[in-house]
Design a protein around this ligand. Structure first.
Ligand SMILES: NC(=O)c1ccc[n+]([C@@H]2O[C@H](COP(=O)([O-])OP(=O)(O)OC[C@H]3O[C@@H](n4cnc5c(N)ncnc54)[C@H](O)[C@@H]3O)[C@@H](O)[C@H]2O)c1
Length: 286
């Protein structure tokens, strides 16, 4: 077998450019539902997948189960025929691209629980076909796409970078943040091969304002970890300083606001759940 032919790459890119590519989103939660609506708004036909039939029923009725996603936003896309959802994974065959947004909580041993990614891979591989793009978006350790997801998908007899495209693109959703919509948040993308990156970047570029290509799936996975670790460390720092300020009779918010006027080297963080001390084993990674 040869690497994905340049004709196959051009063909899928042309379908993306023309808005004719059919996009599947697996896991219709805080990340997957807004992502589905973003691609539908960009003119793509989107098919969502979830193992929770109650969510599928709610979406089919043009409703929402997420506080920050109004039912009208769902209805606008279901009524236009651009968005529908199903529990039937045999429909994976209809798709050009499959974006995986399933949970990755921590196990009781505080290790990433990959069971949802494994479960998704097992649901997908019997229905994969040559020329499709699969992108993992779930937060996980560097190596997850290559070491965990790829071997499961390859049970199909198809090979990543040879028969189908494989990429990782971390989700940066901040649910309820009115300042940033999914379509405006730059999308970091790393491919299993250069052709995989090319196709994945073309797809996201058709729906999202800016795409940031990196050299590999591992680099994209590590980028997400850096962002999350940076945030956790800084929230923990502010939590500690808040207690200190309280004891010293100062208001931490006054201090943060004043420090935030420094034009470089300081980004304000605010108190929050912080680092491991308060996170429960089932705390989802974000
Ligand atoms: N929520 C956030 O703010 C946020 C931000 C950035 C990254 N992330 C990451 O994105 C990923 C998804 O998080 P989320 O918050 O959307 O989770 P969520 O729990 O809101 O939604 C996940 C959905 O996946 C479905 N699901 C589980 N297993 C499935 C399977 N095998 N097939 C199909 N559907 C399945 C669930 O029923 C659920 O509807 C996680 O890795 C998370 O760490 C989340």
């Amino acid at each position: 077998m040869t690497e994905l032919t340049s004709e196959l790459v051009s063909e899928l890119k042309a379908r993306i450019r023309a808005g004719r590519a059919k996009v599947g989103v697996v896991g219709l939660g805080y990340v997957g539902l807004p992502l589905s609506l973003t691609f539908a708004r960009a003119g793509f036909t989107v098919l969502g997948f979830d193992i929770d039939p109650a969510k599928i029923t709610r979406l089919a009725a043009g409703g929402s189960y997420l506080k920050h996603i109004p039912a009208e936003a769902v209805l606008a896309q279901t009524a236009s025929g651009r968005f529908s959802a199903t529990t039937d994974f045999s429909r994976v065959r209809e798709l050009d691209a499959i974006l995986i947004c399933v949970p990755t909580p921590l196990t009781p041993a505080r290790e990433p629980d990959l069971s949802y990614i494994v479960g998704t891979g097992e649901s997908l591989w019997p229905h994969l076909r040559r020329g499709q793009l699969v992108v993992l978006e779930s937060t996980s350790y560097p190596g997850t796409t290559d070491e965990c997801l790829r071997p499961i998908l390859e049970k199909s007899g198809l090979r990543a970078g040879v028969d189908f495209y494989l990429a990782f693109s971390p989700e940066r959703e901040d649910p309820g943040n009115a300042h940033f919509e999914t379509a405006q948040i730059p999308k970091v993308v790393g491919g299993h091969t250069p052709a995989c990156l090319e196709v994945a970047a073309a797809l996201y570029g058709a729906a999202i304002a800016s795409v940031v290509p990196v050299s590999s799936t591992r680099a994209a996975e590590m980028t997400k970890l850096l962002e999350n670790i940076y945030r956790s460390v800084n929230i923990a720092l502010v939590n500690e300083l808040k207690m200190l300020c309280h004891r010293m009779g100062m208001n931490i918010f006054e201090i943060i606001d004043a420090a935030a006027t420094k034009p470089s080297g300081f980004n304000p963080s605010f108190r929050g759940p912080g680092w491991a001390a308060t996170a429960s084993p089932s705390t989802p990674s974000t």
